[in-house]
Design a protein. Sequence first.
Length: 376
Amino acid sequence: MRKILLIAAIAVLTGTSAMSQELTNFNFRGRQRVVSPQVEGDKVTFRLSANHANAVNLTGNWLRGAVVLQKGTDGIWSVTVDAPSPEIYTYNFVVDGVSINDPHNFMVQRDGTRYLNMLFVPGERSENYFEANQRGTVAYKWYDSEILKMNRRLTVYTPYGYEKNSRTKYPVLYLLHGAGGDEEAWTSMGRAAQILDNLIEKGLAEPMIVVMPNGNPSQQAAQTLGLPTSNLNFRDPALQNAYVKSLCEEIVPFIEKEYRVLAKPESRAIAGLSMGGGHTITATNLYPDMFDWICPLSAAGNSTAEQINALKKAGVRLYFLACGTDDFLWEGSVTLDKTLTECGLDHVFFKSDGGHVWANWRYYLNSFAPLLFKQE
């Protein structure tokens, strides 16, 4: 009995010692709690504890140039600026010429290989970007692609209640990212899960599954996994549209096998931004009978009159074209809108301010998702 107690005591002491060794790395003693960023009314304050720094600047994607922080007697640098309009913004500090993230802000998003701090400004436009009360599930799934010759990862959002409603079948939105993104782009930068959670909870959107594949045909998954890329030559004419073909011939059947979905065109939607908008257009050009809900966003692609007429014949229920007036792809969207109009395909041309930015793509998802899968 004494031996058992001795072993237990040693285990407790060892665990405490290990925890103490970990905690010493953080040096909590005497550290002042720093809040950054702090939004109050129409102002936002940024702070950084950097007692030995000589100069600290703030840069943000809403700011015109860097803003200088002032050092307080406590070694904490700070600056208060006008809060931008409700949205999500990214920022970082530049300390003695070195760019760093805000260590006091745990809210970050990943853009390719960069991790950026997020500033949330609450308001009507951004209210669905925050966590809802009823949250769905975001999971990663792997599938085998014969077309791309590799095992690949995609992200799947299932709505609140999916696990419990074992007999319910759901429609599916295939949501595609742009160049430089991957299967995590829409959940990291696009806040897709939060937007869908909020819209569904409010009764504004139909409960749906959202599938977010990796649109880079040479990648197995996001670069952060460190997996080797494919050596296939995707410039080879024989591999033209290989990813789009994999999407429609492999991913869609995979999802319809693995999940409880309504496997019919009126229960399938496809949307994508920039490169993903081009993939959206190409997929619906090649497979006009597959998706009844089509949403190219800031799209890098176009369709001929013959292709639009094929969609019209297939009975497309919604064609939602969106672009910012300052987007470098604006003229392409205007041209596509003209073709759709000339072919007599009823559609929505959703115009917004701004350019080729996530602020627009979040806004578009928040706007078109409530239109999907509605009964006529």
